[in-house]
Design a protein around this ligand. Structure first.
Ligand SMILES: Nc1ncnc2c1ncn2[C@@H]1O[C@H](COP(=O)(O)OP(=O)(O)OP(=O)(O)O)[C@@H](O)[C@H]1O
Length: 407
């Protein structure tokens, strides 16, 4: 939603240099320490995003951090999966970072609309993320805040890593000690170090842990580590306590799960590096599919294809019988009902719930949500269930009629 663009705009006198070149437009995002607005380059009419960081005399730390962010962005710029910075401006009270504009927003919002992604789409996204991380790590830059909200999508749905506010460039053999990041994505070694000064520092592997969390969340629609009580969630992280069971994982390949297991490894020395992740068979599936023409294999593929089409057709005309008792015990077993339960849960809670046997996790509460079970919601739920029920009955009837016509 576009906010009033005259609210809290940096004044034109102090930020004259910026205003000579750009015109600020509506707010498109907000962080803890910044506001991001759309802006137009006056000479060309091109659209960009502008991150505006405001600080006062008491907050020189924020100013220094913003300047480090710009330095790092310029150092790693030019990679197709890292946000491009086109200009930056400093005044005594503001820093402006002008970046390419990502029209399709955050990966987080995209995932919220589709609930979870196919393995194929996840492969494309994770490949882009790992390629970007590979580029960062080749410069010894550790991002420290990789998460779904910091991964943007441009107008072609290409992935762009952004928000380098916590990023640092490590010296040779240097390690880090401070608490930076977002709770659900923090690595065990970072948490252990913060709680115990005798523990060694942390480094590049924290980004691979965060990649594991993102990977897991894309495939299942829920985060691997979640508990309403943060200290319990931190315990789960430190123990590497997560599962890949439940309906969401049924059709995920062993290859994908194997890569997740190599990323969510508590011991940072045992965890995959980004180079190892990129070499994993999960990413060679598409490469191996592009093989040379072999007549026997092609014939076999065609036979399987025809068999599958016939099977699908049979399934369509003869829908799987739904037994009442089974439906009551495990509605998720039936695809048609899975969607209905999801929609009702979404209306009730205002966010997606995790569908595993414990019913204990949900993705969005990790990023704060409130239960929205007021009267209006209940009305909506009843209406939604009624409509879904009608739709399902109508579909069954239609199929039966089609069956009759065919026989
Ligand atoms: N280039 C861009 N194109 C489109 N939207 C953007 C762009 N850059 C940032 N945003 C939006 O603005 C939000 C805040 O930006 P960013 O994460 O860089 O700010 P921040 O102050 O560092 O945030 P945080 O407090 O989460 O660390 C992003 O999550 C995104 O929704």
């Amino acid at each position: 939603m576009a906010l009033d663009i005259d609210d809290n705009l940096p004044d034109r006198e102090t930020a004259g240099q910026f205003y000579q070149k750009y015109e600020l437009k509506e707010v498109i995002g907000e962080g803890l320490s910044s506001v991001v607005r759309k802006c137009i380059e006056k000479g060309t009419g091109k659209e960009f995003a502008c991150k505006i960081i405001e600080f006062n005399d008491d907050n020189q730390e924020l100013r220094d951090a913003s300047l480090t962010e710009i330095r790092i962005l310029k150092l790693v710029g030019g990679h197709p999966n890292i946000i491009d910075v086109v200009a930056s401006f400093e005044t005594p009270t503001y820093v402006f970072i002008v970046m390419e504009l990502c029209h399709n927003g955050e990966l987080f919002d995209y995932l919220t609309t589709v609930v979870r992604l196919s393995e194929k789409r996840t492969r494309q996204i994770m490949s882009s993320i790992f390629n970007a991380v590979n580029h960062l790590h080749s410069h010894r830059v550790v991002h420290r805040d990789l998460k779904l909200e910091n991964i943007l999508m441009d107008s072609n749905m290409n992935i762009k890593i952004t928000d380098f506010g916590f990023a640092v460039q490590l010296g040779e053999n240097a390690t880090l000690y401070d608490l930076f990041g977002t709770p659900g994505y923090m690595s065990p070694e970072l948490l252990k170090r913060v709680q115990n000064a005798d523990m060694p520092g942390y480094g590049l592997p924290v980004d691979l842990w965060a990649c594991g969390v993102i990977f897991y969340t894309l495939l299942s629609g829920s985060p691997p580590f979640w508990n309403r009580r943060e200290n319990l969630m931190f315990r789960m992280i430190k123990d590497g306590q997560y599962t890949m069971t439940g309906a969401a994982w049924d059709d995920v390949s062993e290859t994908a799960k194997d890569l997740i297991r190599h990323l969510l490894v508590v011991d940072a020395d045992e965890r995959y590096t980004v180079a190892q992740a990129l070499q994993h068979p999960f990413f060679s599936i598409e490469r191996t599919q592009r093989r040379d023409f072999v007549a026997k294999r092609t014939l076999k593929a065609h036979i399987i294809l025809i068999w599958s089409i016939n099977r699908l057709r049979t399934l369509y005309y003869r829908p799987q019988p739904i037994r009442g008792k089974e439906l009551l015990e495990n509605p998720y077993r039936f695809k048609s009902y899975r969607k209905m339960v999801d929609s009702i849960a979404f209306l009730l809670y205002g966010h997606w719930i995790k569908k595993d046997e414990h019913q204990s996790q949900n993705r969005a509460t990790l990023f704060q949500t409130e239960e929205k079970s007021d009267l209006v919601r209940h009305e909506q739920i009843l209406e939604q269930s009624r409509l879904l029920g009608e739709q399902s009955e109508a579909l069954q009837l239609k199929r039966q009629n089609e069956m009759h016509e065919k026989t």
